[in-house]
Design a protein around this ligand. Structure first.
Ligand code: PLP
Length: 470
């Protein structure tokens, strides 16, 4: 209790030289607030302490806390993370890292004014959504396109525009939750559309859809659900049949693809055809997908399809609330242009990572192993370093379990233990995320970006050195 009385007051703290210096750099109100938080934190800690502590020492303790709080905030909340997990699309890690073309284009548009909503030719107001529309329609073969905040927004907008206060028919097997917080029935409710479930969890036939159609029906809906491989066209009800039924009954068909794949070479390990193009060609009226899944671009929800339907969505007031900003448009167009004019396998990191051959992965792992051996030579904290084969994952939303063979380095620590080493790496700068297998650390090389290997070697060496210094 004596200690509590000894805690310097806020006013006393504000007279301290170091705090005065900080007030010259930062906002005064902010500094007062930080000093107050630091003081309160100390008060809580002292409550349990019996031994008496001098006032100067308490003041020092507050100063340390203040410095810590200020530097934590000033460094920014987002930190660079080196992804050693081998999960290519990790929603928790910001999904797709952008390629150079997208980044350069985005930075140019961020620095300057631009024609986001200005028609330079006519000298009058232009259309925000026109910027990516042509490249999207050329890539997908669709008549029209629209980009909104994310795919959840795209689905919401599609349902609201095409089926508000009317019925949407969906297979019961596709009503699952996708990627954590996205649930088809919830989004349906929000959109104002009425959900009509048909079929059973594991079997739905086209006749189930046909039987549910009545004058209230506005839309036939399909969602890509389970794993990556089935990707939309080997649904329980084949897409082609759904399209045929829609055409017969004059009802639009909307397909939520989740991931948009444009890359049509099958030599990148996944052996997939370009799903977006295929859905459009199959006659689906509206296809929605994410910009930051297999497309490898920024967070965005992309809608492609029939012109009249997309135009109706553009006019929907909801679009104003779901709209994308200039940075997203620039990053997305920059990414899409790599597919159209560039070299996606070289310039879109996500595609590059997935396209790495077994040999390339092995070489990458050998390089990392060599660097690690060099940097940790003579340090006793590492018991063993070993090249290993492991399983990477595509990750992201709808196909969390799709595995692909990869390579990496296995690290066995003696000091500090695995738990502690992983924590030090997480808190490092940049942070390094790894995997664990029993009592060993696994570092997959697939998801390491150019230049990461040397940083990884330094960070790992730092972990064992840290212990050695004590
Ligand atoms: C990932 C996913 C979504 C959500 O997309 P976001 O871009 O994350 O909003 C919706 N539907 C499917 C099928 C998905 O895979």
């Amino acid at each position: 209790m004596n200690n509590l009385k000894n805690i310097p007051s806020i006013d006393e703290m504000l007279k301290n030289e170091r705090i005065k210096q900080l007030i010259e750099v930062y906002q005064r109100d902010f500094m007062v607030d930080v000093v107050r938080s630091a003081t309160e934190e100390l008060r809580r800690e002292l409550f349990l302490k019996e031994e008496k502590i001098k006032k100067e020492k308490l003041m020092q303790a507050i100063l340390v806390k203040v410095e810590h709080m200020v530097s934590r905030l000033a460094g920014g909340s987002l930190k660079e993370v080196i992804n050693g997990t081998g999960v290519v699309l990790h929603t928790n890690l910001g999904r797709a890292p952008l390629g150079k073309g997208a980044i350069d284009y985005m930075v140019r548009m961020a620095r300057s004014y631009n024609n986001l909503e200005f028609n330079l030719e006519k000298g009058e107001r232009g259309e925000r959504y026109g910027h990516v529309e042509e490249v999207l329609t050329r890539l997908t073969g669709a008549e029209a396109a629209l980009v909104v905040n994310n795919n959840a927004a795209a689905v919401l907008l599609g349902l609201n525009t095409l089926a508000r206060e009317r019925e949407v028919i969906v297979s019961r097997g596709q009503l699952v939750e996708i990627g954590g917080a996205f649930r088809i029935p919830e989004v349906m409710k929000l959109s104002g559309a009425r959900l009509v479930e048909v079929g059973t969890t594991n079997k739905t036939y086209i006749s189930d859809f046909a039987a549910a159609i009545n004058e209230e029906t506005a839309l036939l809906f399909a969602a890509h659900t389970s794993n990556y491989k089935i990707l939309g066209f080997t649904q329980e009800v084949p897409l082609e049949e759904l399209v045929k039924l829609g055409q017969e009954k004059e009802l639009p068909v909307m397909q939520d693809l989740g991931s948009g794949i444009f890359y049509d070479k099958d030599d990148w390990g996944l052996r997939e055809e370009p799903a977006v193009k295929r859905c459009v060609a199959a006659g689906v009226d509206i296809v929605t997908f994410s910009g930051d899944k297999l497309l490898g671009g920024p967070q965005a929800g992309i809608i492609v399809g029939k012109k009249a339907l997309v135009e109706a969505m553009k006019k929907n007031q909801l679009t104003r609330a779901l709209r994308v900003d200039k940075l997203t448009i620039a990053a997305l167009e920059g990414t899409l242009l790599e597919y159209l004019l560039g070299s996606p396998k070289k310039n879109i990191p996500v595609i590059e990572m997935l396209a790495l051959s077994r040999e390339e992965l092995r070489e990458k792992a050998e390089r990392l192993l060599e660097l690690l051996e060099m940097r940790t030579e003579g340090l006793s904290g590492i018991r063993q370093l070993k090249l290993v084969e492991l399983e990477d994952m595509v990750g992201g939303g709808a196909y969390p379990t799709y595995k692909i063979p990869g390579f990496g380095v296995e690290i066995e620590f003696s000091q500090p233990g695995l738990e502690k080493a992983a924590k030090i790496l997480r808190l490092g700068s940049p942070a390094l995320l790894t995997r664990r297998q029993e009592d060993k650390m696994l570092l997959s090389v697939r998801t390491l970006l150019p230049g990461d290997e040397i940083k990884v070697a330094d960070l790992i060496a730092g972990v064992v050195q840290e212990k050695g210094d004590i």
